[in-house]
Design a protein around this ligand. Structure first.
Ligand code: 5GP
Ligand code: MN
Length: 339
């Protein structure tokens, strides 16, 4: 904690120079915490007169576009040259909600070689060392941590209702609607503050949870009805989803959000794995309940990582092969990590 205060103090000094050019980068496939934190930080910079751009290696999903400034994010897939120019002109690169440059997709090499100093603000374990390290794996979300960073550097008076909305979006989504990873009283003190600054809690709930379209419901329904399998040896549910199914149900980014959590509601399922085929690669999402560190499963065998109970990985192999690997590594994982 002392280190954190020191790092925030160093950043405060650095940001006294209002001529700094900042770029703000969320992780690949931004979620509510990544997009919420980018939105909040950009609004603060706007207020205090710091030049900022939000850059993404891919796209922000539609359901998060209500967050202020998020629609102005520049995608590397659409404007690679502009992204390169902005990164090379930047003095500070803010890495939000990720613990390694590797989570920046195709921006990775460009960011890694830039002259700018990198500022990590994140809550994932095992962070990669950067020039500024504001990292705390105990907090619920990057947005929770960012609230502390913003208020310590700029004071509480900069928090507007739009900033409060963005920060709450990350706190709410990363805790599954305050259902997990949310037992520290501090979170509720921050939420109470945000309400005083004009947070519209009900609006966030509507924007995040009441945005189903029929194709998303049908894709989820099809997966739960026809694709979900529960292993006979271990308490593991697996849901493979093919490219063909995504096309059939008119998949859009974000449509599968939350699906992987559903099998965990079955009492004898302790791990849920969604295995999704996507344009030449396969993405895995792991969730667990209790003392099962799925980030280790993702890290050791699937080029990934993440949190103890929520992790992800990927492989550039055919779907069938990835499923086979999940089944093969299951006994190895449980032998080594489940106590
Ligand atoms: P999701 O399943 O929602 O994509 O990811 C859940 C969590 O796993 C994310 O918050 C992130 O911490 C982590 N994660 C997902 N994919 C990867 C990956 O490819 N590499 C690493 N290191 N972490 C990942
Ligand atoms: Mn997060």
């Amino acid at each position: 904690m002392e280190d954190l205060e020191k790092e925030i103090g160093r950043l405060k000094v650095r940001l006294q120079d209002k001529n700094v050019k900042a770029v703000i980068i969320p992780h690949i496939s931004p979620d509510g915490d990544a997009a919420g934190s980018c939105s909040a930080l950009s609004q603060v910079f706007e207020q205090v007169g710091i030049d900022w751009h939000i850059l993404t290696c891919d796209y922000v999903p539609e359901y998060l576009k209500f967050l202020k400034n998020i629609s102005s994010a520049i995608s590397f897939q659409e404007k690679p040259e502009l992204c390169k120019e902005l990164i090379s002109a930047a003095d500070l690169i803010f890495m939000l909600d990720h613990n390694t440059v590797m989570r920046e997709g195709k921006l990775e090499g460009i960011v890694a070689n830039a002259r700018a100093e990198r500022v990590m603000i994140d809550h994932h374990p095992n962070p990669e060392l950067q020039q500024f390290m504001i990292s705390n794996a105990k907090v619920s979300s990057t947005c929770e941590l960012l609230y502390t960073v913003i208020t310590k550097i700029f004071g509480k008076e900069v928090i507007t209702s739009d900033i409060a909305n963005s920060l709450y979006c990350g706190i709410n989504t990363d805790t599954g609607g305050l259902s997990h990873n949310s037992s520290r009283p501090e979170i509720y003190r921050i939420i109470a503050d945000l309400l005083e600054f004009g947070l519209d809690k009900d609006l966030i709930h509507r924007q995040i949870y009441q945005v189903n379209n029929l194709s998303r419901l049908r894709l989820m329904g099809n997966t739960l009805l026809n694709k979900l399998q529960v292993d006979t040896r271990y308490p593991v549910a697996i849901m493979p989803i093919t490219n063909e199914e995504l096309e059939k149900y008119d998949y859009k980014d974000g449509d599968l959000e939350g699906l992987v959590n559903i099998p965990l509601s079955v009492h004898n399922v302790a791990v849920s794995i969604q295995i999704t085929e996507r344009k030449g690669r396969v993405k895995l999402s792991f969730r667990s309940k209790g003392k099962i560190p799925v980030n280790e499963w993702a890290r050791i065998w699937f080029n990934g990582g993440g949190h103890f109970n929520a992790a992800g990985g990927q492989m550039e192999r055919p779907l069938e092969e990835v499923i086979k690997k999940v089944l093969e590594t299951m006994p190895l994982f449980f032998e080594q990590f489940s106590k």
